[in-house]
Structure formats: structure tokens, C-alpha cells
Design a protein around this ligand. Structure first.
Ligand SMILES: Nc1ncnc2c1ncn2[C@@H]1O[C@H](COP(=O)(O)OP(=O)(O)OP(=O)(O)O)[C@@H](O)[C@H]1O
Ligand SMILES: [Mg+2]
Length: 491
């Protein structure tokens, strides 16, 4: 066995996060690690790659007990990780990020020419050589940043490669490319740990699967000898109901009307959304889906078009104008746009609506806390204490805090950009239920999502984008229709 973790326990303060966990992966094996949000997957993997130290337990590499005290130690043992929350430094270029701390040198000076060439080699491997090694990482889309992280991990020539939700931000094509690379690495004997909530992917590319529940090891199965239902049972310890709620909202008046909208990358966008309606926005990555929301919300610069809210012309110069008018926006990038990681859950959850709690310049924390606790309960946000920094929450639970923040403003119109990214099966069902309830209460919802089943099940109508333009709006559509329109097949 290449990697064998035994009896791993870890606590943060008084909270036990892992207890006696077993996990092993061998050469040439793709091993899935699954479990609900907060089950301890990322923590276990951070222990393996030296970010955290276990309180007890052992790690054997190739049969030898090994102490991994830092990421440098881990790299020495050929262990590399692609983190769930992207870790690139926005001000550094793609190649600087890729070779940070191990830049190719010549006479003690960084050899940028060599660095650029090597960087391009890895980008080429991923089929993204059109990406400029000199461009600042912060200017890339999340999907691109994810690809750079993957390229970086590949450049470490790891023998054990951990991928913590690598496809969450990737397009279908990028995902396919990644799967090719995984199968190539596998045939070269690399051990791969694949953390994901996407069951279909796991059954497609993994050999084995281990499941954690509440920090405990539930079991290991061979993919060929298990099925979806067994894995879900192992993860949640109970049966879960329908994946999607029955949509029940009745459509009301037009709330949001957009005419001839354009920014630098989209043009001539026209649609309306009624109270109680969910308008899905589908399309390939980069087709301009998020841009529609960002432009209406005042993040992007609008170059043309009119926006009406409840029949009144709406002029948005900056996001605060949109918020004041009653528009909420659950953004796709929770790290840079959704949350302030150093603030508490309470503070983050009320960030969009602070004025409601401030009286004479003082924040009424008690009042704030009551509202936040209600959201924590309603959304099953797993945190020991609402005063904890949001960065101590698991990825999926952070996503729920972003949601809570926007529910707090009681929006008239709610924009959702990949609302269930990184959220587990149970959490997804909860979020769909909340979307349904919001619609029922008269909110107009616009939802961008790359998960086709989600768009199809939750939307009343679907607007499809293709290369910055609107390919059509469909009331009744099959997956085929949407994909055809998204790839420019429908005119
Ligand atoms: N630095 C930290 N300080 C305090 N608690 C932490 C810290 N890191 C993680 N936790 C807690 O440990 C638990 C496990 O978190 P972890 O990130 O490992 O979950 P996960 O299985 O990766 O979930 P997800 O699917 O949402 O990514 C969570 O309850 C989380 O809040
Ligand atoms: Mg995680």
C-alpha cells in the first residue's frame, strides 16, 4: 500500500473533527473520499499533505511510518494536493503561482524564460496553452484558476495526488480533459484521492470509495460492488427523500425586466422574470451567464440596456444600489465575493443588511444573533458557534452562509450563481426547498447553474447563452435542447 492512514484523530479546540479514521490508497488507484458537508474530508486530506498535524494516529508511506509535519515534508514524500478553496495568490502571475518557492534559477536569479517554458508545458498538458503564463492569477475565472491549480500539482510530479473537489468549477470540456489526465496518471502508477460530491463522476472514474460520517470512518467499498443508494446511506445514515421538491409557486406580476442589456462581453440580452418564477440561465462556461447577473447588479460596467424592477426604471451604478433596490446575489466565488473569511458566521450572515441591526451607530448583537440562529437552523449550517470565523467552516457550509446572508435582506429578486456548488446531497435538497419557498413568497429568482439536472428541475423557463448572446428562452426543454442551444446549434 502506498499510503495508509490509521487511527487518525483531530480536534480543533473542543470539537472532535476526526476520530480514529482509516484511509488508504495504492499506486494506480483512484480512490474517492465521500461524506456530507463537514464530515471531515478536507481535514483528513490536509493532514495527509502536511497542512495540519493529526492529534493521534499514523501515516505509512510505502509501509514506513512517516511523520508529515509540513507541506514541504509531504512534497518530499511525493504527496501533492489541489485544494478545495483555491489557493492562488491573485497578484502573482500564473507561472509565479505555479513555481512559488521553487522557481527555476540560474546564477541565483529566477530564470523567467525557463519558468515560462515549463509553465506552458503543463498548461499544454491540460489543453489550456492559450492561457498566458504572465497574466495575474486574480484576473482569471474560477474555472481557469482551478486549471492552474491542477497544472501546479502536476508540475510537482506527485506520486500521490489529492484532488479536493477539482471539478466544482470546471466546464464539461475541462472536466473531460481532467478525466483523461487522471486515467493517464493512473496508468503511470500515481495514487489519486478524489474528493467530490458528484456521484456520477465517482462511479465513472474511481476504483474504490471510502465514506466518512461525522468525522468517523464508515467503510470502504469497491466501486464495482456498490451503488448510489448504498453510498448515500453510508454518508447520511438515513434515506433521503426526493432530490428536487415539487415546484408549487404561482406566477405573479413581472418583477424584473431587462431590455437590450450589454456589457463588454454580452450583448442584446432581453428577458423578464415574474414574482414566484425561477428563470434558469444555462450555457457553457464563459458564455456570459454570470455576466448577465453581474451587469444588472452593478459589478460589471453596463454599456447598454434598460432594467426595470416592479415596473420602475432601475439605475444601478454600484452593487449597493442593487441591494438597496432589493436584489440579492449569491455569487459563484464565495471566497472573494461572497464572504469575509476572517469575520464570524454571525457577521457574515448579516453583512448585506447591517443597517437593520444598527441603532445610533451600535450593532445590536442580540437581535443579530437571533436572526442568524434562525438561518443556521433553517439551513442546517454546521458550526459549533456562530461567533467562529467563517473560514473554519467546511466548504459546503460556507456556501450556506452566503445564502443566509442574502435571505437576510428579504430580497424581491434573488440572483443565484452556482448555488449548490460543493454542497452535499442533503444540503442540495435543502437549498432547492428554500428556493421553492422563496418563489412561493413572491421572490423572482434568476439562477445560473452548470448542473443541467438542477436547471431543468428547478426552472420555470430557461435562458440559454451562447458566446455572449442569448440563444433562446425555453419554457419546456429537454437536456438535448439546452445543450444544442448552448453549443450554438439552434438558430
Ligand atoms: N481550522 C478549523 N478550525 C475549526 N474548525 C474547523 C477547521 N477546519 C475545519 N473545521 C471543522 O471541521 C469539520 C470538518 O470540516 P471539513 O472541511 O474537513 O469538512 P468536509 O468533509 O471537507 O466538508 P465539505 O464537503 O463541506 O467540503 C467542520 O465541522 C469544520 O467546521
Ligand atoms: Mg471539504
Amino acid at each position: 500500500m502506498l499510503i495508509k492512514m490509521s487511527g487518525i484523530s483531530k480536534a480543533f479546540g473542543p470539537v472532535k473533527v476526526l476520530e480514529g479514521v482509516e484511509f488508504s490508497v495504492d499506486r494506480g488507484e483512484v480512490h474517492a473520499l465521500m461524506g456530507e458537508n463537514g464530515a471531515g474530508k478536507s481535514t483528513l486530506m490536509k493532514i495527509l499533505c502536511g497542512v495540519y498535524q493529526a492529534d493521534s494516529g499514523s501515516i505509512a508511506v510505502d509501509g514506513n511510518d512517516t511523520l508529515i509535519r509540513s507541506t514541504v515534508d509531504a512534497e518530499k514524500h511525493g504527496i501533492a494536493i489541489i485544494h478545495q478553496e483555491l489557493n492562488l495568490i491573485p497578484q502573482l502571475s500564473v507561472m509565479e503561482n505555479m513555481f512559488l518557492g521553487r522557481e527555476p534559477q540560474r546564477f541565483g536569479i529566477i530564470n523567467t524564460i525557463k519558468m515560462r517554458t515549463q509553465c506552458l508545458e503543463y498548461l499544454q498538458l491540460l489543453g489550456i496553452e492559450n492561457l498566458d503564463p504572465d497574466v495575474e492569477a486574480g484576473t482569471l475565472s474560477i474555472g481557469q484558476q482551478q486549471m492552474v491549480e491542477i497544472a501546479k500539482a502536476l508540475s510537482l510530479n506527485a506520486q500521490t495526488l489529492i484532488m479536493d473537489e477539482p471539478t466544482a468549477a470546471l466546464s464539461e470540456r475541462e472536466t473531460e480533459k481532467l478525466f483523461e489526465i487522471i486515467s493517464d496518471l493512473k496508468s503511470r502508477g500515481v495514487a489519486i484521492v478524489y474528493v467530490s460530491h458528484r456521484m456520477e463522476e465517482i462511479f465513472k472514474i474511481c476504483d474504490k470509495i471510502s465514506v466518512l460520517r461525522d468525522g468517523q470512518f464508515v467503510g470502504e467499498r469497491e466501486i464495482a460492488k456498490t451503488n448510489f443508494d448504498e453510498i448515500v446511506r453510508m454518508m447520511v445514515g438515513r434515506e433521503i427523500g426526493d432530490r428536487f421538491p415539487t415546484r408549487t409557486a404561482a406566477l405573479g406580476e413581472i418583477r424584473l425586466k431587462v431590455t437590450g442589456l450589454a456589457d463588454a462581453s454580452i450583448s442584446n440580452i432581453n428577458f423578464e422574470v415574474r414574482a414566484g418564477e425561477v428563470l434558469g440561465i444555462a450555457g457553457l462556461m464563459g458564455a456570459g451567464r454570470s455576466e448577465i447577473l453581474k451587469t444588472i447588479f452593478g459589478i460589471n460596467h453596463k454599456v447598454a440596456g434598460q432594467i426595470e424592477l416592479d415596473g420602475v426604471a432601475l439605475h444601478v451604478k454600484q452593487p449597493s444600489d442593487a441591494i438597496k433596490a432589493g436584489i440579492g446575489f449569491v455569487t459563484e466565488d464565495r471566497k472573494s465575493q461572497g464572504l469575509v473569511l476572517g469575520l464570524s458566521v454571525r457577521e457574515n450572515a448579516t453583512l448585506a443588511n447591517l443597517s437593520a441591526y444598527s441603532h445610533g451607530g451600535m450593532i445590536n448583537q442580540k437581535q443579530q444573533m437571533a436572526v442568524v440562529q434562525r438561518e443556521i437552523d433553517r439551513m442546517h449550517i454546521r458550526t459549533r458557534d456562530a461567533e467562529l470565523e467563517v473560514k473554519s467552516l467546511s466548504g459546503g457550509n460556507q456556501q450556506k452562509v452566503v445564502f443566509a446572508k442574502w435571505l437576510g435582506i428579504a430580497p424581491k429578486v434573488l440572483f443565484l450563481d452556482e448555488p449548490t456548488r460543493g454542497v452535499d446531497v442533503g444540503g442540495k435538497a435543502e437549498i432547492y426547498q428554500i428556493i421553492n419557498e422563496l418563489a412561493q413568497s413572491g421572490v423572482a429568482i434568476v439562477m445560473v447553474s452548470s448542473e443541467l439536472p438542477e436547471v431543468l428541475a428547478m426552472s420555470d423557463r430557461i435562458l440559454v447563452m451562447h458566446q455572449g448572446r442569448q440563444a433562446g428562452i425555453f419554457a419546456q426543454a429537454s437536456a438535448e435542447t439546452i445543450m444544442t442551444a448552448a453549443t450554438g446549434g439552434l438558430k
